[in-house]
Design a protein around this ligand. Structure first.
Ligand code: NAP
Length: 507
């Protein structure tokens, strides 16, 4: 990863009045300004179709920053930030306005010394991506030069199937070279996801354990208590497989399972992740029935409040078969991981909100009696549990190790204890909490570091994996059941691990 020194450029946000811009992008940019990351040779141009002056836009975004920023608004910093923030009216589906936008950006280049460098951030609905890219191309705002450069940032979802992702990629790569394409998977910008490599590769404590020799299984869970909110239209197209597994869950799995890269740069790291994605064993009609659990939440109660089932949600078909829950047992078929299952679980309306990784180690050789394994060890009377390494990504960023020690007292009893590193308590409290993923991702786009963005071959491999499951689902070869809100999903998800003599760690 490169050292940070900010390149001059204009960040052009298509969808400047949208939810993502208000809740995430502008607060992240303000936080960067607050930390002095945004230099004077930088400007933000928010594009929207409504009539608005710069002043009106700045006032509206001030409210969003007030609500969503981790730093309180400081008037001095805000006023400086506003000098770099502009609003430009444009119907981005209509080519006619692009020359005027281009002239406006050139004026900003002259005023701010941004040298013609542009990062186009598509914070709009995916169906607009294609037209905007074509319009940028036709209007010669994206000409694929090195100096000045033009980069494109694409929000999730990148396609809704393998064929639509391929089609979108063909259009983008007809205009931008791969090194100028930044496909966002904002999980990769989350602090504890970024920590995975640090924990794995820079600790003698963990690095030698990282294989089937010592690891029994790995669990990756991303659970939410909310339903789909008002996103019925989007969710009907993606389901949990497209919304979570294709991108975030498989990316986390790839970071956990990859071989050490020969350099810590974007290409070397992504090469290793692709090898993992290529080594995932394909599901067959036999293994799907056993190792894939899909589910959908039914109506029920959460904290004494009645909540609708998925099929009753707004803009959802009353006989929808879209999955709001997925649990998978995945095998990475290479020498390091042979025999170690990766269990993945994600869903809506579950019992708790959390995203975490649990690495369960194999039992100690001394757990059972060294003479007769059916008799408990004679020295210590209680059976200890396995060692766990837990990386919690959200809501609290922390890492803990669960290990066994002697319980104090006369009796020789063993008990599990935890050693915890809490990021917020130890490092981030004085710094007003952990940085939001978008702060890091925006800086990386400006600096041309694509390590935390997905390369096309990663996206393609992930979609190919999801498509196989979808095809088997359509052929009726997957388990699909309903589950009550406030539970951990369908009971088949428990059976998935019980069959292997294991259980989910709901820690
Ligand atoms: N929101 C999130 O938390 C979130 C999280 C992860 C990923 N994403 C992704 O981010 C993208 C944006 O999501 P969002 O929730 O921000 O969507 P949104 O609130 O619907 O915003 C869409 C934006 O596009 C603008 N727009 C639509 N048609 C236009 C046109 N013809 N000309 C100019 N502007 C036009 C809208 O302008 P008007 O205001 O005039 O309608 C609005 O600013 C999506 O790809 C989504 O999947 C969003």
């Amino acid at each position: 990863m490169t050292n940070v020194s900010i390149a001059p450029c204009i960040l052009v946000i298509f969808g400047g009045t949208g939810d993502l811009t208000h809740r995430k992008l502008i607060p992240a940019l303000y936080n960067l300004k607050h930390q002095n990351w945004l230099p004077s040779r930088f400007a933000i141009v928010a594009v929207g179709r409504r009539d608005k002056t710069d002043e009106e836009y700045r006032n509206e975004t001030r409210n969003s920053v007030k609500k969503h920023s981790r730093f309180e608004i400081d008037d001095n910093i805000w006023n400086n930030f506003c000098r770099q923030l502009f609003y430009k009216k444009l119907d981005f589906l209509n080519i006619d306005g692009y020359d005027e936008l281009n002239a406006f950006l050139s004026g900003i280049d002259n005023e701010f010394g941004t040298e013609g460098n542009r990062a186009y951030y598509l914070a709009t609905a995916p169906e607009n991506f294609e037209t905007i890219i074509k319009n940028l191309h036709i209007s010669k705002m994206a000409v694929n030069t090195e100096k000045p450069w033009q980069r494109i940032v694409i929000e999730k979802p990148f396609g809704s199937s393998l064929s639509s992702a391929r089609r979108l990629n063909k259009i983008i790569s007809g205009v931008f070279s791969e090194r100028n394409i930044y496909r966002i998977d904002h999980y990769l910008g989350k602090e504890m996801v970024q920590s995975i490599m640090g924990v794995r590769f820079f600790n003698t404590l963990f690095e030698p354990l990282w294989s089937n020799k010592y690891i029994d299984n790995i669990q990756i869970s991303s659970c939410e208590t909310i339903g789909i909110e008002n996103r019925g239209e989007y969710y009907e197209k993606t389901g949990a497989l497209g919304d979570m597994v294709q991108n975030h869950m498989l990316q986390i799995l790839a970071l956990l399972a990859m071989e050490p890269p020969n350099a810590f740069n974007a290409e070397a790291i992504r090469d290793e992740k692709v090898k993992v994605l290529s080594s995932i064993k394909e599901f067959t009609s036999y293994t799907t029935a056993c190792d894939v659990v899909l589910g959908q939440y039914s109506e029920g109660e959460v904290e004494g409040r009645k909540v609708p089932g998925y099929r009753q949600e707004n803009k959802v078909s009353p006989d929808s078969e879209t999955e709001t829950f997925t649990a998978l047992k995945i095998e990475v078929d290479n020498p390091r991981w042979k025999g170690v299952p990766f269990y993945i679980r994600t869903g809506k309306r579950l019992a708790a909100k959390r995203t975490d990784i649990v690495i369960e180690l194999k039992p100690s050789l001394y757990i059972s009696n060294p003479v007769d394994s059916n008799i408990p060890n004679p020295v210590f009377s209680s059976a200890p549990g396995p060692n766990l390494l837990v990386i919690r990504i959200q809501p609290r960023e922390e890492l803990f190790i669960q290990f066994n020690t002697k319980r104090p007292g006369i009796l020789e009893k063993i008990c599990p204890v935890r050693m915890t590193y809490c990021q917020k308590c130890e490092i981030c409290q004085a710094e007003n909490n952990s940085p939001d993923a978008y702060e890091k991702l925006i800086i990386d786009v400006i600096n041309g570091d694509s390590t935390l963005f997905t390369r096309w071959d990663e996206v393609e491999k992930s979609w190919a994996f999801i498509e196989k499951i979808k095809a088997l689902k359509e052929a009726g070869k997957c388990c699909f059941s309903f589950y009550k809100p406030g539970t951990w999903g369908p009971e088949e998800s428990e059976h998935l691990l019980e069959r292997d003599g294991r259980h989910w760690w709901n820690l």
